[in-house]
Design a protein around this ligand. Structure first.
Ligand SMILES: [Zn+2]
Length: 444
């Protein structure tokens, strides 16, 4: 569905069907009104969560069936924190509701007969899962009457902010650390954002951006707006369960960086059960990280409650967060659900990208390769039974990271002549490569 009919509550000053009631600290009992601009607990320093009136939400869900809801990020608007209908109407109308693809060919390779790919590499407008979370940040900014938004990004948040801010008529400022796929920085600029590269890794840049936000008052999508941002991630869980006809999967596997997606998948599953929409208690969540940056997976395997920060060194730049802010929430969610964490080396990550491409025709970035590599390991280790329903989330698009793939040989140019082409085809079929020596090291 590419166009949406107007919802009756979309006018200026009107309220959405959101059942959000306030903010609460993830760790202690401090609570704040929904209108508050507090984004971290002044007592314990942890982030804030959004709380809802679930009885009211259940009643709304009974009133409006899924078939009458918009096919976008607002499909489950009761469980999202945006209350101003005019702000909601300006953001995310074509985000979310990505396909759930039955992955028969990849499943056959891995010995899994009920494997699905949740393909957020096709999310709109910026081809990653971050369109879900940034939609909430931009809508919240509009609710507050803001006209500019910043972010700190390993790449995909930046492109999502640049894209969604442009559509909403908001100025975007993207700060990115020194390890980033160039294509993502170029995309931010092409989309009209003001871009600043910071000397330092993501964790260092994130810390300084918080100081910039506090000293300028400018909202940052994934810092000052973070409680709202994080809620967008739940929509992936809602969609997966609805797409499986309300039968929650046995396993969900996703890559983890800061930990927002994997921890909010858990929250989303809990909420579906609270509303009586699906039995989700038995769904296990597993997370995948690169071997060069695996603080959450390491803590999960050791069953430790807190993260030990690491210095990232991985080709999966979008996962290079050594001190993940929501890491403690991920550990809690994964262990409560009987899931696990796994990691993959850079060669295994690129092999995962190739395997997904060759079996399912999907080109993903190294984060997706990490997920596929860990999926393969969990299947081989017997953590996933052959007939279990397994959903692997592919969070980002490989078109943004092709420049960073290992070098492959460039095909030679041959004469545009029948005999030469038949000879070349014969060589290719027999496994040969037609290499033009001068361009052997070109990346593609
Ligand atoms: Zn607190």
């Amino acid at each position: 569905m590419s166009t949406q009919t107007a919802h009756p509550t979309q006018g200026a000053g009107q309220r959405t069907r959101s059942c959000a009631t306030g903010l609460v600290c993830h760790r202690c009992e401090n609570s704040y009104p929904l209108e508050s601009t507090v984004f971290a607990c002044p007592d314990c320093g942890k982030g804030l969560d959004i709380v809802y009136d679930y009885e009211l939400a259940a009643s709304h869900f009974r009133d409006v069936p899924a078939s009458e809801r918009p096919q976008n990020i607002w499909h489950f608007e009761e469980l999202l924190p945006i209350v101003d209908a005019s702000a909601q109407a300006r953001v995310g109308r074509h985000s979310g509701c990505t396909p759930l693809i039955r992955a028969d060919r990849l499943g056959a390779e891995l010995g899994l007969s009920n494997l699905y790919i949740k393909d957020d590499s096709s999310n709109r407008p910026s081809l990653s899962y971050k369109d879900r979370v940034v939609s909430m940040s931009v809508a919240r900014l509009l609710e507050r009457g803001g006209t500019e938004i910043g972010c700190v990004s390993t790449g995909n948040v930046g492109t999502a902010v640049a894209s969604l801010a442009a559509k909403a008529g908001v100025d975007a400022y993207v700060f990115y650390p020194n390890a980033l796929e160039d294509t993502k920085a170029r995309a931010c600029m092409a989309l009209g954002a003001k871009v600043c590269q910071v000397e330092g890794n993501y964790d260092e840049a994130n810390k300084r951006c918080r100081e910039v936000a506090e000293s300028t008052g400018m909202d940052f999508a994934n810092i000052t707006l973070r409680p709202f941002y994080a809620e967008g991630a739940k929509t992936a869980a809602f969609e997966i369960v609805e797409q499986l006809d309300w039968q929650a999967p046995d396993h969900i596997i996703t890559a983890a960086a800061g930990g927002t997606l994997s921890s909010r998948l858990h929250k989303g599953l809990v909420e579906l059960q609270l509303l009586g929409l699906s039995e989700t208690d038995a769904t296990r969540i597993h997370i995948a990280q690169p071997s060069g940056c695996n603080p959450i997976a390491t803590a999960i395997i050791a069953e430790e409650a807190e993260i030990r920060a690491v210095t990232p060194e991985t080709a999966a730049h979008s996962l290079a967060i050594g001190n993940p802010g929501d890491g403690y929430l991920v550990i809690d969610a994964v262990l409560k659900r009987g899931g696990t964490g796994g990691f993959a080396s850079d060669p295994e990550i690129f092999a995962g990208i190739d395997l997904l491409a060759a079996t399912e025709g999907l080109l993903t970035e190294p984060a997706g390769g990490t997920t596929v590599a860990v999926l393969e390991k969990l299947a081989a280790a017997g953590r996933l039974a052959p007939d279990d329903t397994v959903v692997a989330i592919i969070t980002g698009n490989g078109l943004k990271t092709l420049d960073d793939h290992p070098p492959k040989q460039w095909p030679a140019k041959i004469d545009c002549e029948l005999d030469a082409m038949l000879s070349a085809l014969s060589d290719l079929k027999s496994g040969g490569t037609l290499v033009e020596s001068a361009r052997e090291q070109l990346h593609f």
